[in-house]
Design a protein around this ligand. Sequence first.
Ligand code: FES
Length: 185
Amino acid sequence: MASESEHSAVVEDGVRRRDFINIAAVSFAGVGAVAVVLPLVNQMNPSADVLALSSTEIDISAIGTGQAIKTSWRKQPVFVRNLTADEIKAAKAVPLGELRDPQTIDERTKPGKENWLITLGVCTHLGCVPLGAAEGENRGDFGGYFCPCHGSHYDTAARIRKGPAPTNLVVPPYEFTSDTVVTIG
Ligand code: FES
């Protein structure tokens, strides 16, 4: 027969064991709840790298008339071109009825800044990066951009003029934050 002290040790041990099991169960429930809640919170908050990519500031002060640069926004190539007066004139001279995706150059640029043509560098056919932004690259039959993948030609307003691409190069959302800085996104 168990002595008094042995009995209380068993009881104590039993209590401790139950406490441990309860604490363990609560802890698991706690971990489970956190594990369920975190993914939901994470889904609602864009990650830091997504936030950083959501807008891009570009210094355009070094882009001379007739030059273009290739940059990126949200991991997509972007062309920024400083059009010459002749390129603007050529774009304006095209009757809208001749265009597959009719848009004026004014609709594709900002008021008073029609020399700045900012588009995604993504061909609207199957997504290749057209040529024409870098010095000496083939700019196609219409003096804008040329996609070598299947031969799409874009004009000086980056509108599709020939080849399989269905639409003009896309103009992303952007603002001039000063005369020399553009924020895309
Ligand atoms: S992807 Fe540009 S022409 Fe096909």
